[in-house]
Design a protein around this ligand. Structure first.
Ligand SMILES: NC(=O)c1ccc[n+]([C@@H]2O[C@H](COP(=O)([O-])OP(=O)(O)OC[C@H]3O[C@@H](n4cnc5c(N)ncnc54)[C@H](OP(=O)(O)O)[C@@H]3O)[C@@H](O)[C@H]2O)c1
Length: 291
């Protein structure tokens, strides 16, 4: 299999798209670019890229077409402008969106004779093309296999399944976990500040404690998947009491308990339903669809 120098097209030259184009150029790929605001192509053209006049021309230029646009609606709108050019193309869409967005674009691509692979990027533009970048892909296994070497140039390329929505499914779940943790961090910093402890003083101890807590997630995951929440470690009543203490401390300083209160509500529901002796992870049962 040839691993380099196939022509590639990048649609969208925002911060991510520019980094993608620069990385392909640096690796010797003839690179065609298109962006709504043509001015963003200028430095890339100076570096050897070809600027296409229309999105259809850009798509026509390469078998591998990588899309990095603002959001799914923009991606759909822009690709619609190349509907007659996408036949036979491998569309690799790195635009963030939900699972359903990826599935809809898969259907659209199939209707127009193209194959679709969705990518969820775990990198910032500055780390694209380095070992600090990784991208989860789902959708067309054929596209992933055919273009794996080229996709690996951008970052570690992991295929997570043939349902195009799967990479986004992982993505929104992982980001939900991340934002939950970041919300917890901000709450922790506010409570510490009210107690005369700076965020800089707090953070090393917090990071150390969170690092010790991380392995519990693996245990919780097994409990969630098996539905067996039997525990002799840390049950819901104990966590309910601990959260009540934190919320009282927070509000006594006049600090809203808004980051934690929804979690306590989930626990309260499970305890009220008679599951107080169950593991903390049982609170997820209050997050079932229609719960
Ligand atoms: N940046 C990151 O660190 C990062 C990391 C992971 C994932 N992502 C995802 O990658 C995607 C792109 O991110 P980015 O950072 O490159 O965003 P960005 O810098 O804001 O660029 C947005 C791109 O979308 C285009 N665009 C916006 N509205 C448009 C419209 N109505 N018609 C045509 N083009 C339109 C912009 O064109 P103009 O230049 O003409 O405005 C630009 O090319 C997003 O979905 C983002 O969530 C980004």
């Amino acid at each position: 299999m040839s691993t380099t120098r196939e022509p590639v097209t990048i649609i969208g030259l925002g911060n991510l798209g520019r980094a993608l184009a620069e990385t392909f150029l640096a690796n010797g790929h003839p690179t065609t670019v298109w962006n709504r605001s043509a001015v963003k192509a200028e430095t890339l053209v100076a570096g050897g890229a070809t600027a296409a006049g229309t999105v259809a021309d850009a798509v026509a230029a390469s078998e591998l077409v990588v899309v990095a646009l603002l959001d799914p609606a923009v991606a759909r709108e822009v690709l619609a402008g190349a509907a007659d050019a996408v036949r036979g193309r491998a569309l690799v869409n790195l635009t963030s969106g939900g699972p359903q967005d990826a599935r809809e674009l898969t259907g659209w691509a199939a209707e127009h004779g193209a194959e679709y692979l969705h990518g969820a990027v775990y990198a910032v533009p500055q780390t694209i093309g380095t070992t600090e970048s990784s991208i989860n892909y789902s959708g067309s296994a054929a596209v992933h296999q055919r273009w794996q070497a080229q996709l690996e140039i951008l970052g570690k390329a992991t295929f997570v399944g043939t349902d195009a929505g799967r990479a986004s499914g992982y993505d929104v779940a992982i980001l939900a976990g991340m934002y939950g943790m970041l919300g917890g961090f901000l709450h922790a910093a506010a409570i510490a500040r009210a107690a005369g402890i700076s965020a800089t003083e707090l953070t090393p101890m917090l990071v150390s404690w969170l690092t010790d807590v991380f392995p519990a997630l693996v245990t919780f995951a097994k409990e969630i998947d098996s539905g067996d929440y039997t525990t002799e470690e840390s049950n819901l009543v104990m966590n309910q009491s601990g959260l009540a203490t934190i919320i009282t401390a927070s509000t006594s300083h006049g600090i809203p308990a808004s980051p934690l209160a929804p979690l306590k509500e989930l626990i309260d529901q499970q305890v009220a339903a008679g599951h107080g002796a169950a593991s903390f992870a049982r609170a997820v049962e209050s997050l079932r669809s229609g719960a």
